[in-house]
Design a protein around this ligand. Structure first.
Ligand SMILES: Nc1nc2c(ncn2[C@@H]2O[C@H](COP(=O)(O)O[C@H]3[C@@H](O)[C@H](n4cnc5c(=O)[nH]c(N)nc54)O[C@@H]3COP(=O)(O)O)[C@@H](O)[C@H]2O)c(=O)[nH]1
Length: 729
């Protein structure tokens, strides 16, 4: 490649090439121009000039036309063909006008005739160079403008915002590429369209104000949110129409009239920023602030907001509203045995059943864990709340089918009524909570209206709960034993272990005083284990004293049986005390079985295989379905004392007990009648061939020493030979 030498000096001195076949003229011209400060290169003839032009750059060439072989015209043709950027002044002795015209047509700046006046030549050279400089400056400017136009276009099209202009009628006459990317409309489809074509109808008024902006600069409209419709194809399947929220800033555009006088409004220039992601994030934050994320229900914050509204309306219209506090019974057991995943699913299912019990306008909220609240914003009377509450309690009666588990749940509900039970939001929630606790204490799976007296018992309960926690560590529990006796022979066959709490603060407490709280708090599990261990230990002691054969019966709460390791625990306990399984009888209620029939049956079968006996306690008070009893490995039925206490006088109870006795006989089940206090009850049961009785008639529950004495006496009377040593725990 030919190297191009730049003859244009770095200082900006113009480079001039002079071309002539007359050396004399060349020399004089060179001296003239050099004396004026130009940088001059001379070429002796057309061919030499062409050679120089091939690899050097000049600003100006002074060219003689008539030269032998290669003429000035040839040089000019070479310049044109080679697209050489150079100014040309033709200096020629040819006086014909054609020659001048031809030179000028080929792009010569000027034509000088020989002989020329030095001043004339210098002036022409100066003018040509000035013109050239101006042309170059102009070209630079054009290039800069083109470059900046390209940059501007690039920036506009790649802007994250829509940039547009509207004409004075509000029709789009420019949109950057972002508009199509965001809204879906091809640009050419929107050009010429009025902005109302894409503005969501509800926001049209705002749009009319914003997009017709005539003001400029600081006074113009900024950051106005307007929803814009996207092209149909842009919408999700779920949406009717896809809307984008854009934040518009717009400014009036004015043109000056030709005379530079008045300004004419020609349209609006605007920028629209897509704020939909921000809006979505705001909506999400807002949703999270007011909702429970697991169930989608209202959370405490929204519940209180709704209560505030209900209270304002109730005050204005002088009406009542109800607040309910709900807590799932034994939810902890579900979590502990089936895992938190199932626990969460249960909460979602419970929420959905609760929702079905409510009317439009009622608020159901989840406060966290297994606690829910309900607001009935307008009720006529307490019965309104009562019927809603009983519907709620009943709604959980059927088991939940969760991931192949049949889960039974029940709920305890407390109700407070505005204005009778409180005139502030917090008081009403607190009192509903207190009533809920009362409900739990009274056996769960029920509702309870708040009453002032509950405040005291609630406080008592709290302190009792704390004391109960410490009672285990401080060894304050003891086990009493109540004999179970053969009806026909008065022989003790078993001892029921019944817990007592020797509280330093409250004295001797019976199970009814603390078992409900122990169940609520889950403390029933360690407390129950204490009773089981004490009873097994005592059975071993009695065995060593030769007071056997004797079984010990222990009450088992549903939470105990729901413990995943319950069967193993019992098995290890029997091994530890070296007891055969049949020495231990576990008393469970129908309620326990019904909580989770499959799980309970599985465990009862395993326990039976260990030889452990199962007694169905409080029989007759629950569902008392004989059908299902057959399905379970039950050895004994305990007739509840409520059927026994007025025997034989009460014909109803007499027939029930008579039927139970014959049924037990038919099913080959053993029977124990509880709460036998009178001789005539005993005689009646004897005639019905009820196998065993338990009750004050024979003995109250006794401390271990007295129970042992009784056994020793009883065994010596009946011919056994007990060792005369009383061992206690
Ligand atoms: N989960 C556990 N529950 C237990 C445990 N220990 C007891 N309990 C349950 O507490 C309830 C009350 O028990 P308690 O106050 O001990 O009452 C027992 C007897 O004293 C009472 N009884 C016995 N005979 C008579 C009588 O002739 N008349 C009369 N009025 N009451 C009598 O009955 C209770 C025994 O009932 P039951 O268990 O159904 O056989 C009670 O429900 C206990 O089950 C424990 O360790 N864990």
């Amino acid at each position: 490649m030919t190297e191009v030498i730049n003859f244009r000096s770095a200082t900006g001195t113009p480079e001039i090439l002079i071309v002539d076949d007359e050396p004399r003229l060349l020399n004089s011209l060179k001296s003239l121009l050099t004396s004026m400060g130009y940088s001059v290169t001379s070429a002796n003839g057309g061919q030499e000039a062409i050679e120089l032009l091939k690899f050097a750059q000049f600003d100006l060439v002074l060219l003689d036309l008539f030269m032998p072989e290669v003429t000035g015209h040839d040089v000019m043709d070479f310049i044109i063909e080679s697209l050489i950027d150079i100014s040309i002044i033709v200096v020629s002795g040819d006086t014909s006008i054609d020659s001048a015209i031809s030179a000028l047509h080929r792009g010569a700046y000027s034509f000088l005739r020989k002989p020329y006046e030095p001043d004339e030549l210098l002036k022409t050279v100066d003018n040509a160079l000035k013109k050239r400089q101006l042309e170059q400056e102009n070209e630079n400017l054009v290039q800069q403008l083109e470059q900046s136009e390209r940059w501007y276009r690039y920036l506009v099209d790649n802007s994250p915002d829509i940039i547009y202009t509207l004409d004075s009628e509000g029709r789009f006459n420019f949109l950057n590429d972002r508009a199509e990317a965001l809204l879906g409309y091809p640009t050419e489809q929107l050009i010429g369209q009025h902005y109302s074509h894409i503005v969501y109808h509800e926001d049209l008024e705002t749009a009319n104000y914003t997009l017709n902006e005539k003001r400029t600069e600081e006074r113009a409209t900024r950051n106005t949110e307007i929803r814009v419709k996207c092209l149909n194809e842009f919408k999700d399947d779920s949406e009717e129409i896809k809307l984008l929220t854009l934040e518009f800033s717009s400014f009036g555009i004015y043109e000056q009239d030709k005379l530079g006088g008045t300004q004419r409004y020609v349209g609006t220039y605007g920028v629209a920023k897509d704020v939909s992601p921000r809006k979505k994030a705001e909506q999400m934050i807002n949703y999270q602030a007011y909702h429970d994320l697991l169930t989608g229900l209202a959370n405490r914050m929204m519940f209180k907001d709704h209560m505030e509204l209900a209270m304002a309306q109730a005050k204005r219209n002088n009406h009542m509203f109800a607040v309910m506090f709900l807590d799932l019974d034994r939810f902890k057991v579900v979590n502990d045995t089936l895992g938190h995943g199932i626990g969460d699913l249960l909460l979602v299912e419970v929420a959905s059943r609760l929702k079905q019990c409510l009317r439009e306008g009622d608020t159901l909220a989840r406060l966290g864990g297994d606690e829910f609240t309900i607001l009935l914003p307008q009720i006529k009377d307490r019965e309104d709340a009562e019927s809603a509450a009983s519907k709620i309690v009943d709604s959980l009666a059927l088991p939940f089918e969760i991931e192949n588990h049949e889960v039974y749940a029940s709920i305890s509900v407390g109700i407070s009524i505005y204005p009778t039970d409180g005139e502030s939001i917090d008081t009403l929630i607190k009192n509903a909570d207190i009533a809920m606790y009362d409900s739990k204490g009274k056996g769960r799976n029920r509702f309870q209206f708040y009453a002032k007296e509950m405040n005291v018992s609630f406080a008592e309960k709290l302190s009792l709960e704390n004391l109960l926690r410490k009672a285990l560590e401080r060894n304050e529990f003891i086990v009493y034993y109540q004999p179970q006796v053969l009806t026909h022979a008065n022989t003790i066959t078993g001892m029921e272990a019944l817990i007592r709490w020797r509280s330093p603060l409250h004295g001797m407490l019976s199970p009814d005083d603390f078992i409900p709280i122990a169940e609520e708090t889950g403390l029933i599990v360690p407390i129950g284990e204490f009773v089981l261990r004490s009873a097994c230990k005592q059975a071993k002691i009695w065995e060593k004293m030769n007071l056997h054969p004797l079984r010990v019966a222990v009450n088992i709460s549903s939470q105990q049986i729901e413990q995943p390791n319950f069967v193993d625990y019992i098995s290890e306990l029997l091994q530890e005390f070296d007891l055969p399984g049949h020495v231990l009888e576990l008393e469970i209620t129908e309620g326990t079985i019904l909580r989770d029939i499959n799980m309970t049956n599985d465990k009862l079968v395993k326990l039976s295989k260990l030889g452990v006996r199962i007694a169905l306690d409080d029989f007759g008070t629950g569902y008392s379905s004989l059908g299902y009893i057959k399905k379970f490995p039950i050895n004994t039925i305990k007739i509840d004392r409520c059927f026994v206490h007025d025997l034989p006088g009460n014909p109803n109870n007499s027939s029930i007990v008579t039927a139970l006795c014959s049924m037990a006989d038919g099913l080959k089940l053993e029977l124990i009648a509880e709460g036998v206090e009178k001789e005539e009850q005993m005689n009646f049961l004897r005639t019905l061939k009820c196998g065993e009785i338990q009750g004050f008639l024979f003995s109250k529950p006794l401390p271990v020493e007295e129970a042992t004495k009784l056994l020793v006496n009883e065994r010596s009377t009946h011919g056994a030979a007990p060792k005369q040593q009383i061992l206690s725990l």
